[in-house]
Design a protein around this ligand. Sequence first.
Ligand code: NAP
Length: 259
Amino acid sequence: MPPINTPPNTPPNTLQRPVAIVTGASSGIGLAIARRLAADGYDLAICARREDKLAKAADMLRRQDINVLSQTVDLRNEAQILDFFAAVNAKWGQLDVLINNAGLGHKESLMAGKTAAWREMLEVNVLALCICTREAISLMQPANSGHILHVSSMSGHRVPAITGVYSASKFAVRSLTETLRRELRAANSNIRISSVSPGIVETEFAEKYHQSAEQAEKTYGQFPVLQAVDIANAIAYALSQPEHVEVNDILIRPTQQTS
Ligand SMILES: NC(=O)c1ccc[n+]([C@@H]2O[C@H](COP(=O)([O-])OP(=O)(O)OC[C@H]3O[C@@H](n4cnc5c(N)ncnc54)[C@H](OP(=O)(O)O)[C@@H]3O)[C@@H](O)[C@H]2O)c1
């Protein structure tokens, strides 16, 4: 079945759908992005750690008549990341879009936080994003086209209270977005890089961050917060631009969010 809305990265004169990778597609923003890309006619490769949630997501996405590769990957493990990209290459031999979405926060202060929590944030939010980006570029280079999108955060633009290492990890993502843009320009590449920086979005994030369902309810109940689909729409906007337009960052807050 042909794509519903032919995305701009569709190779001309072929029936091959564009291929997108979404990391962290087992819940929240990643799952919403995967659903949107499936509706827009992409074949998808999705990864995360929780096998049951990932399998459920893959079944749901396949109902859109697209091809889905679903692989459990712990992004703290480089060998698993490389296996995943090798599987994508073996299945399609091309890559059009990478969504670096997987990420997490731990409420662990700089004054007294646990090293393991800091390490996990840096490994997933920063290092894995770099590894996935490098591997994606090598799959995109033969066609000299593609689009990499980072799900960053408003916490990469200002420092909230008691953010520990989380905000630093997202400042790093902001820097890495511009660094990659500069590298791609220096290489005269047509590959594009975008970042989306959300404020509060209702997902599993707050419960994991606060280690409290009650605190998560408070976070998401204070005013109408963003939904994961709002971020998927922003990603779809960046992806739908013509080739001469590179959306560099989209800052997106709930209307009533102050900070
Ligand atoms: N929610 C917000 O308010 C908000 C605001 C700004 C930015 N963000 C960013 O949005 C992105 C998505 O978060 P979310 O809000 O959708 O939260 P979420 O529902 O907790 O989703 C996080 C995703 O990342 C995956 N992940 C975490 N650690 C992983 C690891 N070691 N290996 C593989 N996958 C891993 C999780 O999958 P598994 O647990 O199955 O591995 C899950 O699919 C993150 O980068 C976050 O920083 C969120």
